[in-house]
Write a protein that binds this ligand. Structure first.
Ligand SMILES: [Zn+2]
Length: 156
């Protein structure tokens, strides 16, 4: 078993039960213009790794472990927003030694044109990761039931 599917990632050192917080996503809150500047300056990794925080703002996780959170089309965690900010929460049992992944599409709004070719290797891999509206309806319903589509995402 490969621990990390693509480059660097986050590997659980212990198991996490479904519904438990794996980690808090820490970083600097920046506006959309700042994220756009990362792209213009050629720092695509920086632009790609920012987490949507609300309709107008992003969270730049530079220097935080969450900077290495990878996507999977069959993820074992998801993003939850609470009063303290964003966190990764297990949506099924995560075993020690397993890579912690989430579905990037849950934080890509209808106004987000960014896409990514996916090589996650899961049988249901979508091939291209796009915004929330590109998710198969049944999968979006499942993610909403699990509480891993922050409510602000549904009004963007
Ligand atoms: Zn995939």
């Amino acid at each position: 078993m490969r621990l990390v599917r693509n480059g660097k990632g986050i590997v659980a050192l212990r198991s996490f039960r479904p519904g438990t917080t794996v980690l808090r996503i820490r970083g600097k809150i920046v506006d959309a213009d700042t994220v756009w500047r990362y792209w213009q300056q050629g720092n695509t990794r920086r632009g790609e790794n920012c987490f949507r925080f609300d309709a107008d703002r992003y969270l730049n996780p530079e220097g935080d472990i969450s900077d290495y959170a990878n996507h999977a089309c069959d993820p074992n965690s998801g993003i939850v927003k609470d009063a303290r900010g964003l966190k990764l929460v297990a949506i099924r049992l995560i075993a020690a030694g397993e890579e912690v992944t989430h579905d990037y599409s849950t934080l890509l709004g209808a106004d987000d044109v960014w896409t990514m070719r996916c090589r996650c290797g899961f049988p249901d891999c979508r091939g291209i990761v796009g915004n929330l509206l590109t998710l198969p309806p049944a999968l979006l319903r499942r993610y909403r039931r699990l509480g891993i589509v922050p409510s602000f995402m549904l009004s963007i």
